[in-house]
Design a binder for this molecule. Structure first.
Ligand code: DGL
Length: 264
């Protein structure tokens, strides 16, 4: 059996996870979808995001994916459960890194930057119940930040002002560790570090997700013959625009293809 690794996100944020996947599994065929026509997911209903996630997963499987990574915290919260019920292939999701942040904090205060959708989810509440312990966890929804990354505004004054506004209450309450609970935010890490200070620890889950994927593939897909290493990119939005921003974030030229119309 051979097959690809299918990865999707609301937009270009999941490329922060794809970097780790390529590093950890360098010989794989990767297929990435940016659901750019529907970004941001953070302000959509769980039912809407779940429906989009099923549509994208179907496309990835039709393209030959034998494992799927939901490179989006918001979509994981809304859809990982029903996707796993429907499909038997490995489906790896992601969630804000509460456990490592709780282990890392010295001040006993952790801030979580994430989408409003992730923070409102039952999955996130369960995560806090399981791992927060005595640590004070302060959450901060960040409307607008995903769109800044989609526009490629990784260093603009507008993005900086947003980050100042979103991190100020967390820092004022003594947070020394900030969780980047959305896959778009690692692309803003230099700016967040600049605003919050070099002494603040930033935690994200991209690398842990790639390692987890590797383990799942080794155990569940051990008879698989790896395909030739490659990466293909799709978008439900404007292909030229997606190609431009993805090339910047991926670090090499990306020619994004338009997702067929029935998957829009
Ligand atoms: N990258 C998605 C996440 O990890 C962003 C969601 C959005 O589009 O708002 O949550």
């Amino acid at each position: 059996m051979s097959g690809a690794i299918g990865v999707f996100d609301s937009g270009v944020g999941g490329l922060s996870v794809l970097h780790h996947i390529r590093h950890t599994l360098p010989h794989e065929r990767l297929i990435y979808i940016a659901d750019s026509a529907h970004v941001p997911y953070g302000d959509k209903t769980p039912a809407y995001i779940e429906q989009r996630s099923h549509t994208l997963a179907r496309f990835l499987i039709e393209q030959g994916a034998s494992a799927i990574v939901i490179a989006c915290n918001t979509a994981t919260a809304a859809a990982v459960h029903s996707l796993r019920e429907k499909y038997s292939l490995p489906i790896v999701g992601m969630e804000p890194a509460i456990k490592p942040a709780v282990a890392a904090t010295q001040s006993g205060v952790v801030g979580v930057l994430a989408t409003v959708g992730t923070l409102a989810s039952a999955r996130f509440a369960a995560l806090l119940g399981k791992y927060a312990g005595d640590v004070k966890i302060i959450t901060q929804g960040c409307p607008g930040l995903v769109v800044q990354v989609e526009r490629g505004e990784l260093h603009s004054m507008k993005t900086r002002r947003m980050i100042e506004r979103y991190t100020a209450p967390l820092l004022a309450q003594g947070a020394d560790t900030l969780i980047l609970g959305c896959t778009h935010y690692p692309f803003l890490a230099p700016l967040i570090r600049d605003v919050a200070g070099a002494h603040i620890t930033l935690v994200d889950t991209g690398q842990a997700v790639a390692r987890h994927l590797l383990r799942r593939m080794e155990t569940e897909l051990s008879t698989r013959v790896p395909a030739e290493a490659s990466a293909q990119f799709f978008t439900s939005g404007d292909a030229a625009q997606a190609s431009r921003i993805m090339s910047v974030l991926w670090g090499e030229q990306v020619i994004a293809r338009q997702l067929p119309r029935e998957y829009w």
